[in-house]
Design a protein. Structure first.
Length: 187
């Protein structure tokens, strides 16, 4: 299995690659993650994944660079990482008792070649949460730095009622899609 260069500082992506037995090193890309006007979620995450991979690839002489970006969407609203506790609480109330989508854009760039880009979508249903449960979850600090203000692999797991699709996508990297993209070859 070819070593990847992960263009992300995400500890969750590092953990998933390690669990999957994928050799990698990390070079963090400094990319503006601002949403463009009228940009939909799929274009947003694929644009950022590609920008991260290309930014790192431009610094190297060889290698296969992986860029990824994950976001949460409910009722056409993109929920990135919360700005603060109030924003996290707002996001959790939006998700409360409802289905939402988690999208991860994945980009592979072999230095000197064009990017191969794809997107994985997984549906997630939150259980009904009381205000007390939302406050408890916020107090754990886990919602900070997580798209949609929750971590399915952590304490947030107790509020997930159902998923349709790739669990690892929700954590932050659809391993099967990545494997398929690498297998496609010449990129």
């Amino acid at each position: 299995m070819e070593k990847l260069i992960l263009a992300s500082g995400s500890p969750r992506r590092r953990e998933l690659l390690t669990i999957a037995g994928w050799p990698f090193e990390v070079i963090v890309a400094g990319v503006d993650e601002s949403l463009k006007p009228n940009e939909d979620a799929e274009n947003y995450v694929t644009r950022l994944a590609k920008a991260k991979a290309e930014a790192v690839a431009s610094q190297l002489h060889e290698g296969l660079v992986l860029g990824a970006d994950t976001t949460v969407v409910i009722d056409d609203e993109i929920l990135g990482k919360p700005k603060d506790q109030d924003d996290a609480a707002r996001m959790l109330r939006l998700l409360n008792g409802k289905w939402h989508a988690v999208l991860t854009g994945v980009a592979l760039v072999r230095v000197g070649s064009e990017a191969l880009v794809d997107c994985e979508r997984t549906r997630v249903k939150f259980a009904e949460m009381s205000d007390k449960e939302i406050q408890w979850y916020l107090s754990t600090g886990e919602p900070e730095d997580k798209a949609g203000a929750y971590a399915i692999q952590g304490k947030g797991s107790r509020f997930i009622e159902e998923i349709e699709g790739d669990y690892f996508n929700i954590v932050g990297l659809p391993i099967r899609l990545l494997y398929e993209m690498v297998q496609r070859g010449d990129h």
